[in-house]
Write a protein that binds this ligand. Structure first.
Ligand code: ADP
Ligand code: MG
Length: 732
């Protein structure tokens, strides 16, 4: 029987590029934008004045919605959705498994007298009880009490998800256990956002009394790979783990950089138009699309939004991309490292804070006064990252991101901050010129000098250092170490929490100096100076990918935690527990539960990979190699039978020999890996088990891969069953 690989290759040439998509009809984006979202006009038209006002209030102030209002809103929502052909609704949430979850219920119901009716009441809108036992809960809730609740989050608007076979009304919710502990990404994120709002408003009020709300903003950049679906289906590793666990490097990789600058291939372009259209309907403001560095790698990015909405939109987008890819007979790979030897995928998180007076707090100001405000938020962010670098690292830790962080072409596992030369000099200046006997005159001069140093528009002046995990890029910070498959909420919860905490501490220090009689501006400058000195070691302007930096970082005492099980420790240190409980993000119990969930997730994922590698090696790779070896043996025997000597069979004997060696090594290592798993599986402590999986099982992956890739090079192409890198990456 012909292998899946060759069937896939045959089908590939038959792919019909004429995708009959609405996307290609040339609609104006503004005509479809937000058409499937219950916000703005749709909301206004569907709700009574009273219900509309109450919902708007709740969105703005985060207040609870009364029962009676919920009833009215539900009824308006149902009418709107049914007009659009919706039959079902679901509470939509983001459990810690990293994907989104839905449990569909129909509007349809039978009344007690048997009358069929479509209903959707306030209760159904506000709260739902999914069978939650199958979501990870880290011991918070034993399976027998399988009760978790989803609760409506009015700050993110309901939307309609269209799939080939129907339309579903999705209601964004948080997910909590029946005892109130959060079981998802969203509940803690909302708490962090409200913490930073308060802390930032307090600090803003030093400069501007009119500020009453600060909203953190997020603009993510999503990288991904596209692979033909038939070819992907012939790679069990891609299907089961999202990455190729074996595969010989192609003769051509990304060295020519011809993909990055090249035009977007037609097939990818059709896919993009299509998922963009779906995204626009859902109100996701996508703006950019382009090829990325690696072959078959692409990126899209939206206009930034407030963090909560941006997080939902990214989760939704990943789902939409996967679904739309299917229609195009493509597989969209969101894994951080689907292919060895070429670039991996990240999801840069561009982050800033905006006031309700319309100021971006991380954009340099137009006047010396607003520049001091900018500098305050800039320095506080740096201090936060310095003080809680371990948490920043933990927030992006995942088994898939481990293949990228610290590998040579990704941001390193060392958390540092790039400020850019201008601001680096400004910080140095504050450091040297602000002193104990710093007076009003010094202050005035320094403020003017700094103002001259900080160009209003820094975008073009900032040296775009692409190697820093956390870089200032003119009017925002860019957290680059976030993985492509991650839920942004993890990084955003930590970042907003630590900045909230730092700003609150800053206010305490400035206030206390002012109480001692110091002038406000001088108190601020003095405190900034102190923060600059305290956090200096986290600033790094050089090449983050270099080996010198690893050594330098070590000298500076910066952590370089390369693996997830170790990185996750940061969540449960005394310092983090204090931080998270004080700021009100997690209880100690929740922190430990989360730690547990993430460790379990790590073990499960590495375990699945280990099994996939074992299966592939045993059922696919070794048989290909042995079949080819047998044909060599038959040949050699034949040549000898007709009287030819050793010289005539020299090359074939050598090849057969090499194959036999690789076959033996693979087979031995697969066995040893299975034995090691048996031992690790018996370890009761989750952390130790994760470390064992990382240190005792993962190393087998590399050995098996090395020898498998050698075999791929040696074995007759026709007998190799797995699609090769050159096919996965270069065929369209
Ligand atoms: P690039 O970094 O690719 O040169 P930009 O600087 O224009 O491009 O923006 C990259 C991303 O940063 C976009 O997703 C954009 O929405 C986001 N971004 C821009 N300004 C802000 C901001 N103030 N807050 C959050 N994200 C922002
Ligand atoms: Mg960028």
């Amino acid at each position: 029987m012909q292998s899946l690989r060759f069937t896939a290759l045959e089908n590939l040439s038959g792919v019909d590029l004429k995708i009959t998509s609405e996307a290609l009809t040339g609609n104006k984006i503004t005509e479809v934008f937000g058409s499937n979202v219950f916000a703005g006009k749709a909301m206004r038209e569907s709700l009574s004045d009273e219900a509309y006002k109450s919902l708007m209030n709740s969105i703005k102030a985060g207040t609870k919605i009364e029962r009676k209002m919920a009833e009215q809103i539900a009824s308006g929502l149902k009418a709107w959705a049914m007009k659009k052909g919706v039959t079902h609704y679901t509470h939509w949430f983001q459990p810690l498994t990293g994907t989104t979850a839905e449990k569909h219920d129909s509007f349809f119901t039978l009344k007690s007298d048997g009358t069929p009716l479509e209903t959707f009441d306030g209760d159904a809108l506000v709260q739902q009880e999914p069978d939650a036992s199958s979501f990870p809960n880290g011991g918070l809730r034993a399976t027998f009490e399988a009760r978790g609740y989803t609760a409506w989050d009015p700050s993110s608007p309901p939307f309609i998800l269209e799939q080939g076979f129907g339309k579903t009304l999705c209601i964004p919710t948080i997910f909590v256990s029946y005892t109130g502990e959060s079981l998802d990404y969203k509940a803690p994120l909302l708490k962090a956002l409200s913490a930073i709002d308060k802390a930032a408003v307090d600090v803003c009020n030093y400069f501007d009394k009119n500020v009453t709300k600060v909203t953190p903003t997020l603009g993510w950049e999503q990288e991904y790979f596209l692979v033909d679906e038939n070819l992907a289906n012939a790679r069990p590793d891609l299907i089961m783990t999202g990455r190729t666990v074996v595969g010989h490097a192609p003769s051509k990789g990304q060295q020519l950089e011809d993909h990055y600058f090249g035009s977007i291939p037609e097939r990818a372009y059709a896919f993009m138009r299509d998922f963009e259209l779906e995204s626009y309907k859902l109100g996701i403001p996508l703006r950019t699309r382009h090829n990325e560095v690696a072959p078959s790698q692409f990126e899209c990015a939206p206009i930034f939004e407030e963090v909560n909405i941006a997080v939902d939109h990214n989760s939704l987008l990943m789902d939409v991309m996967n679904k739309v890819a299917k229609r195009h007979k493509l597989k969209c790979l969101l894994h951080e490292k689907p292919f060895a030897g070429i670039n991996g995928s990240g999801k840069h998180n561009n982050w800033s804070m905006a006031t309700d007076t319309g100021v971006n707090l991380l954009a340099p100001g137009k006047t010396p006064k607003t520049n001091l405000m900018f500098l305050t938020f800039f320095v506080n962010t740096i201090k936060a990252v310095h003080d809680y670098a371990d948490l920043m690292r933990a927030s992006i830790a995942s088994p898939s991101n481990d293949f990228r962080l610290g590998a040579n072409e990704a941001p390193p596992a060392i958390i540092s901050v790039f400020s850019g030369k201008y601001l680096y000099d400004v910080l140095q200046e504050v450091k040297t010129r602000v002193s104990n006997k710093f007076d009003e005159q010094d202050e005035a001069i320094l403020k003017l000098d700094l103002h001259r140093h900080i160009p209003e528009l820094m975008l073009d002046n900032t040296d775009r250092n692409r190697t820093s995990p956390f870089a200032f890029t003119g009017n925002k910070f860019e957290f680059r170490a976030v993985g492509s498959s991650a839920n942004c909420a993890s990084a955003m919860t930590v970042l907003n929490t630590i900045v909230a905490k730092t700003l609150a501490g800053f206010k305490v220090e400035v206030d206390s100096l002012m109480e001692k009689g110091e002038k406000k501006e001088i108190a601020i400058m003095q405190t900034l100076r102190k923060y600059i000195v305290d956090s200096e070691k986290v600033l790094f302007e050089g090449d983050g990918y270099s080996e010198e930096w690893e050594r330098e970082a070590e000298r500076r005492g910066l952590a370089n935690v390369k693996t997830t099980p170790q990185a996750l420790d940061a969540f449960v240190t005394e310092k983090s527990t204090k931080l998270f409980t004080e700021v009100g993000i997690y209880t100690e119990k929740e922190l430990h539960a989360r730690h547990e969930i993430l460790l379990e997730d790590y073990v499960k994922k590495v375990q699945i990979e280990a099994r996939v590698i074992g299966d592939l090696a045993t059922n696919t790779i070794l048989p290909s190699a042995i079949t080819y070896m047998n044909s060599l043996i038959t040949n050699i025997r034949g040549l000898k039978e007709i009287g030819l000597g050793d010289a005539a069979v020299k090359a074939q004997t050598q090849i057969a020999n090499k194959i036999a060696e690789h076959v033996n090594v693979i087979s031995e290592n697969v066995q040893a890996m299975i034995e090691a798993r048996k031992v690790a599986n018996k370890v009761a402590d989750s952390r130790q088990k994760a470390i064992d999986y990382c240190e005792k099982i993962k190393p087998y992956f590399d050995v098996i891969r090395y020898h498998s890739d050698k075999l791929e090079f040696l074995v007759d192409d026709k007998q190799w069953a797995l699609p090769k890198y050159r096919e996965l990456l270069f065929l369209r």
